[in-house]
Structure formats: C-alpha cells, structure tokens
Design a protein around this ligand. Sequence first.
Ligand code: SF4
Length: 109
Amino acid sequence: AIDPNFAESRERSSVGDWLDIDADYDVWGEVDQPERLGIHGTHVAVDFDICDGSGPCLENCPVDVFGWADTPGHPTSDRKAAPVNESQCIDCMLCVDICPVDAIDVDGS
Ligand code: SF4
C-alpha cells in the first residue's frame, strides 16, 4: 500500500520535468525511469509503482481528477492514473476505497 507519510520520507520533484502529460503536480521520489516512477500528486497521491492501471478511480471520480499517463516499460502496468486535476478533489474518498491495490492516498488519509 502507499505510504501516507511520503512527504516526510521522500524527495520532491515536478512531473513537468519528465512525464509527457498535461499536468503540473509534485512527484515524490525515488524515480528511475522506466522501472521506478514514484508517488504522483500531493493532496491526491498515487503510487505509480503500485498502480495496476485498471482505472476504477479514473472511471468513478465525480470530478474527474484522474487522467491516463502512459508508462511503457514499467513492471506493474504500462499506464497509470495520474492526478492531473488534484485541486478539484472534493475528498469523497471513493478512489481510496475502490483502488484494488491501495495505491491512492487522499490528504494524508
Ligand atoms: Fe476524486 Fe473523490 Fe478521489 Fe478526490 S477523493 S480524487 S474527488 S474520487
């Protein structure tokens, strides 16, 4: 499962530096592409190294926080649910509850 204390235990960088998606959120290391992709987002945080690309969060979020990011070469899946609109999150916790691999943390929950 995602570590809810990632902001204390990991180094911060920006998604704009390396991931080819239209978004600007923080990434929390370690990052070593393409095998290690880190935790994406802060208020809505998705551990890309756990995400299996199945997408119930993306399909069910009431305010469309998530968008697909292509991650070819990653050992778990070749797409990840990126929190591209994390500022829109209304803290309903649906994504946290339905993620099959416990990859999402919302507001340190
Ligand atoms: Fe969307 Fe609710 Fe998850 Fe926020 S907590 S990202 S609103 S599903």
